[in-house]
Design a protein around this ligand. Structure first.
Ligand code: ATP
Ligand code: MG
Length: 392
């Protein structure tokens, strides 16, 4: 018995003329998500993709990897069988035994795209349904609200039998939404922000600011691990680790203490923007949420945006912390984020940060750094690059 995964194409079927290229990107993403598991054969037919699991492939692992591919609304594991009614009956009771055992009501739905098949769809449903009732006498047929729907599809080459659908990751295929530069810390928020933009089809370039010796190698490894988890969903990510210590010391030594965080964030944005632009990005992404801390009030965000030319996407801006945590648990980053390693943002933080800075204050504070351009260029020249691939 051969198992396949049937993928229902989501929003992408609505994309009119772009449809073919969206489908091609999704197919490429499905194939690359399954590559390390043993690869697959993927075919698109009538708003569904048929993914064949090779001999010896672990169907559970395949399904788990598929559940993290954006652009898929729903998918089902199905079993392929010969196109005759006895084989379909047998396939239904053996392949779906667990689900049928647990259900109390069911119905059978048949789709017959091979019009030459000698039975009609209602006839097939009746025959398969009757056989299921014989083998699972506790079941009752309910055509309106069944707990379990057994689906039979009769296609040109084979028939397929499958049960209830599973939820896919939704969103759009990564690679259809351009590229953006995620500013990634070791915290809870920025990995979630990265995931949310990848969900809308955006490819990621990552930038992390490290301040050795104030921050440790373990803190950098934490960021690499976080991006590994994000990469399960977002595909390969190029990470740039920027040495930030000298810039932070220059801010501390030259500009007002209460403007330290704003000035630091303006420099982070300027550096991220240059790295992102070189990598073909059209936007930056941050994990800020309105009012969460002093540097995330509207006046503070106004002052940081003043240092940027590219748009800064803030997908968490209207979310509460508990909503963000819920997503971080779901995507597998929470347990990594809560490991206790210091971030560069905790180095030299002011006792009383200004929550209502003005643009003039922000520009003046930054202008007090005498050799800013030189330090920025040096930091960028000393960037360390790390390629991140999925954790699995
Ligand atoms: P997070 O949980 O993502 O660290 P946070 O609530 O702790 O966010 P801040 O520390 O003020 O907030 O950082 C706000 C945003 O700035 C982060 O979400 C991230 O996008 C960016 N950022 C913070 N620290 C760094 C860093 N060391 N390197 C790169 N980006 C950073
Ligand atoms: Mg942080």
């Amino acid at each position: 018995m051969r198992e396949i995964i049937l993928i229902k194409l989501g929003e992408i079927v609505l994309k009119g003329l772009n449809r073919n290229s969206f489908e091609a990107v999704l197919k490429k993403n499905v194939k690359s998500a399954l590559k390390s598991l043993g690869g697959c054969d993927a075919k698109v037919m009538q708003s569904a993709m048929y993914v064949t699991i090779p001999e010896g492939g672990d169907a559970d692992q395949y399904a788990e990897a598929i559940s993290k591919v954006f652009g898929i609304v729903a998918y089902t594991r199905a079993c392929e069988c010969e196109k005759n009614i006895e084989e379909m009956q047998k396939a239904a009771v053996s392949y779906l035994a667990d689900q049928l055992e647990d259900a109390s009501t069911f119905k059978v739905e048949t789709k017959r795209s091979d019009k030459k098949f000698p039975m009609t769809s209602p006839e097939i449903s009746a025959q398969v349904g009757g056989y299921i009732l014989e083998k699972f006498p506790h079941l009752k047929v309910d055509v309106h609200k069944p707990e379990m729907t057994v689906r039979v599809e009769v296609r040109e080459n084979s028939a397929y039998v499958h049960g209830n659908q599973l939820h896919g990751a939704g969103g759009l295929p990564v690679g259809t939404g351009g590229r953006a530069g995620i500013m990634i810390s070791g915290g809870i928020d920025s990995p979630v922000a990265a995931w949310m933009m990848a969900k809308r089809g955006v490819e990621l370039t990552a930038v992390h600011f490290a301040s050795p010796p104030y921050t440790s190698e373990r803190a950098e490894q934490k960021v690499i691990d976080l991006l590994g988890a994000v990469s399960d969903w977002a595909g390969v990510i190029k990470l740039h680790i920027v040495p930030f210590t000298e810039l932070q010391e220059a801010i501390r030594d030259n500009s007002p203490e209460d403007m330290f965080t704003i000035t630091m964030r303006r420099l982070m944005i300027k550096i991220t923007e240059r790295i992102a632009a070189k990598d073909g990005c059209l936007a930056m992404i941050s994990g800020e949420s309105l009012g969460q801390v002093a540097s995330q009030t509207l006046p503070a965000l106004f002052c940081t945006d003043d240092a940027a030319n590219m748009p800064i996407l803030r997908p968490l801006i209207g979310m509460d912390k508990d909503e963000i945590i819920r997503i971080s648990r779901k995507i597998g980053t929470f347990d990594i984020s809560v490991q206790p390693f210091e971030d560069c943002c905790t180095v030299f933080t002011p006792r009383h940060p200004r929550t209502r800075p003005t643009i003039d204050m922000a520009r003046d504070a930054e202008a007090m750094i005498p050799n800013e351009e030189e330090l920025i260029e040096k930091a960028i020249a000393d960037v360390r690059k790390v390629w991140i691939s999925p954790n699995r």
